[in-house]
Structure formats: structure tokens, C-alpha cells
Design a protein around this ligand. Structure first.
Ligand code: G3I
Length: 333
């Protein structure tokens, strides 16, 4: 396939991928694919609390994130930041369990969160154009707000989200500030979409500076056919609020697709094309990032296994770095 980034640029869009300091950064052929096809990159894990804040305060660890960002800069690849706050309890570093919150727990929670956002924002290159500020504040199945160490101390999730975005905006006046969630047209539930809409509506009503909804886009195959209309209606509601869209983590979960590789690759490509076409109806969408480029490094390999134990194939390049039909589908769309 010809460079996907060129096709994207021609539409004033970006195409890119996540990469990480383990396997992908050590794989020159993987980096070669990024140089050929990507004009934006994101760290899969290296900017999370689990890495930057792996150890208790006051330590910040910058090395892993810096390694990736430097490589992208040297290759003139834009960067987006993932993620200032992941509102899922299991994603908090272990030291939270024994953290001393002092006598005023709310004040300490506010200090800890704002210190993190200010420190990371001030330390980061000014050309990070897009930031995942909060990730997954809404429960996938119930659509309710999640409970986390911050939400319990700050009077609920809406207060956490508001504080995070206002702090981020003060530091990053011109960057695109993104609320990112596990959205696609079939992952997860109607409740989840309703919960996300409620959060966005309530935040915008209070003037909280959210610029975009990040559609993670871990898309499940096969399609039932019914998801397209629901998805368009959802994206219309989001964009009618004045929000931009960004596809932050595209891949296809193929555990329910065919075993035969040729058939499965076609199913994956068809799903990709249909999904992207529905999303591209909205001009507010400018970026498509895959959550990895090559099958063997994908988080999906360990997330759940196929019943037949075969490797999953929901990314645009095979393990020999040749494009799959999914790459062609992305390019065509
Ligand atoms: O780096 C350690 C290594 O030192 C250790 O030996 C090893 C043993 O388990 O773990 C390594 O860390 C793992 C890390 O990936 C790097 O491989 C973590 O355990 C593992 O939890 C982590 O998983 C990541 C997950 O987020 C949790 O942070 C996945 O790679 C990453 O793809 C996934 O990405 C998320 C997005 O951030 C948000 N949206 C959903 C998406 C998929 O779950």
C-alpha cells in the first residue's frame, strides 16, 4: 500500500499509531512502518500514572515517555498525549492503596491531581497538539460514573473531570483537550453511550473546556447491521454539542470472526471500512490512530483468546510487516 499518511494529509487528516518502549521501539521494521505510514504517534503506556508515577510522590519518571517522544520528533511525527488521568481504580498505581491523605482528604486529592497535570504539562513539548485529559470515567455496562480514589474524595466523578479539564486548559491553552472513552459502534453498551453523553452535556453546560470526544474504537466483529444508524445518531449528538471527534485506538476484535485467515482478513477489512465511512461523515473528525500496527504486539492478543487459539489479526499489518486488507481499507476510506 502507498503511505497512509499521504492519503490522510490530502484530506487534512492524520494517521498514526500507538507504540511502546518494549517490543515495538526495539523493532526497526516496526519503526520503519511508522516512518512510512504515520504522521502522528501516541505512547501506549509510557505517559500513564502507571509509568510516570509508578513510585510514590515526589518522584516523576520521564525516561520512557521521553524516549518515544524524541524518536517521533526526530522523525517529524506529530504527537498526542495519552493520558493525564485514567479513571479506573485498577489503573491507579499501587501506592494509592496506602497513601497518606492527611486530615483534609479532599484538599490533598485536589493538590495531587492538579500537581500531576501541571507538572506533566509544563514538562512536555509545546507541540503536543492533542491530549487525552480523562479516560473512561463512565462504566462500560451500567453507564454510571465510576468510583475512584479521586472521585470518592472530590465529591464525585463530575468534580474530578471538571478539575482535570480546567487545570489542563490553564496549562495548555491551545491544545485539543480530549475526553477519551471505550467507544465504538458496538463496544460497549447503549447505557455506556448514554452515560458519556450525560457527562459531556453536564460538563459543557458548566463551561468545562472539553474540545473533543476520543472514540477509542476497539471495534468488535461481526457487525449486526443495526449499529450504523445508532452510531451516526450518537456522533450527531456529540458534534451538535460543538465537540470535535478523534479516533484514538482503532483495532478490530476478531475473536468471533472466521478461522480461515483470508476470510477473516476480508471481514476485518469490511468492518474497518464500514466503521470509518460512518465516522468520516463527520468533518469534525481529523485523526485516526490505530492501537498498534502489527498483530503480535497488540493488547488484543492477551485481552481474551479466540476459542480456536489462533492469533488475532485486527491491525493493518501482519507479523511480516506486509499490509493486510485492513490497511487497504483504511487507505481507500
Ligand atoms: O512494563 C511492565 C513490565 O515491567 C512487567 O514485567 C510486565 C508484567 O506484567 O508488565 C508490564 O506492564 C504492562 C504494560 O501493559 C506494558 O506491557 C502492564 O502489566 C499491562 O497492564 C499494560 O497493559 C496496557 C493496558 O492499557 C493497561 O495500561 C496495554 O499494553 C495497553 O494496550 C492498554 O491500553 C488501553 C488504553 O490505555 C486505554 N483504552 C483501552 C486500551 C486497551 O486496554
Amino acid at each position: 500500500v502507498s503511505p497512509i499518511k499521504a492519503a490522510a494529509s490530502a484530506k487534512n487528516m492524520r494517521f498514526g499509531t500507538a507504540f511502546f518502549t518494549g517490543d515495538t521501539y526495539l523493532d526497526n521494521a516496526y519503526l520503519g512502518l511508522m516512518q512510512e505510514h504515520c504522521n502522528v504517534a501516541v505512547s501506549e503506556n509510557e505517559h500513564k500514572w502507571g509509568d510516570i508515577r509508578r513510585n510514590p510522590p515526589p518522584e516523576y519518571r520521564w525516561q520512557n515517555g521521553d524516549t518515544l517522544v524524541l524518536w517521533a520528533q526526530q522523525n517529524m511525527i506529530d504527537y498526542r498525549f495519552h493520558v493525564l488521568l485514567w479513571e479506573v481504580e485498577e489503573r491507579y498505581p499501587d501506592w494509592f492503596a496506602s497513601y497518606n491523605w492527611g486530615t483534609n482528604e479532599a484538599a490533598e486529592a485536589e493538590r495531587l491531581l492538579t500537581d500531576h497535570i501541571e507538572t506533566v504539562a509544563r514538562r512536555s513539548p509545546s507541540d503536543f497538539y492533542s491530549w487525552d485529559v480523562v479516560n473512561e470515567a463512565v462504566d462500560n455496562t451500567s453507564g454510571a460514573y465510576r468510583e475512584t480514589p479521586f472521585s470518592r474524595r472530590l465529591g464525585g466523578m463530575e468534580n474530578v473531570v471538571e478539575l482535570a479539564f480546567r487545570t489542563a486548559r490553564a496549562e495548555l491553552p491551545t491544545a485539543q483537550l480530549v475526553y477519551n472513552d471505550f467507544m465504538s459502534w458496538n463496544s460497549w453498551s447503549e447505557n455506556h453511550r448514554t452515560g458519556v453523553l450525560r457527562l459531556l452535556e453536564n460538563m459543557l453546560a458548566k463551561g468545562v473546556p472539553i474540545d473533543a470526544l476520543g472514540l477509542q474504537s476497539h471495534v468488535w466483529g461481526p457487525r449486526s447491521g443495526g449499529e450504523e444508524a445508532t452510531w451516526r445518531a450518537f456522533l450527531k449528538e456529540v458534534t451538535d454539542m460543538g465537540l470535535e471527534l478523534t479516533i484514538t485506538e482503532l483495532d478490530i476484535e476478531d475473536q468471533q470472526l472466521s478461522a480461515d485467515i483470508e476470510t477473516r482478513d476480508q471481514e476485518i477489512a469490511d468492518t474497518t471500512k464500514a466503521y470509518l465511512e460512518a465516522c468520516f461523515e463527520f468533518d469534525q473528525l481529523r485523526d485516526v490512530l490505530c492501537w498498534g500496527l502489527v498483530h503480535r504486539y497488540s493488547w488484543l492478543q492477551t485481552f481474551q483468546q479466540r476459542a480456536d487459539g489462533l492469533q488475532k489479526r485486527g491491525l493493518p499489518f501482519a507479523d511480516d510487516y506486509r499490509p493486510t486488507l485492513m490497511a487497504e481499507a483504511i487507505l481507500e476510506t
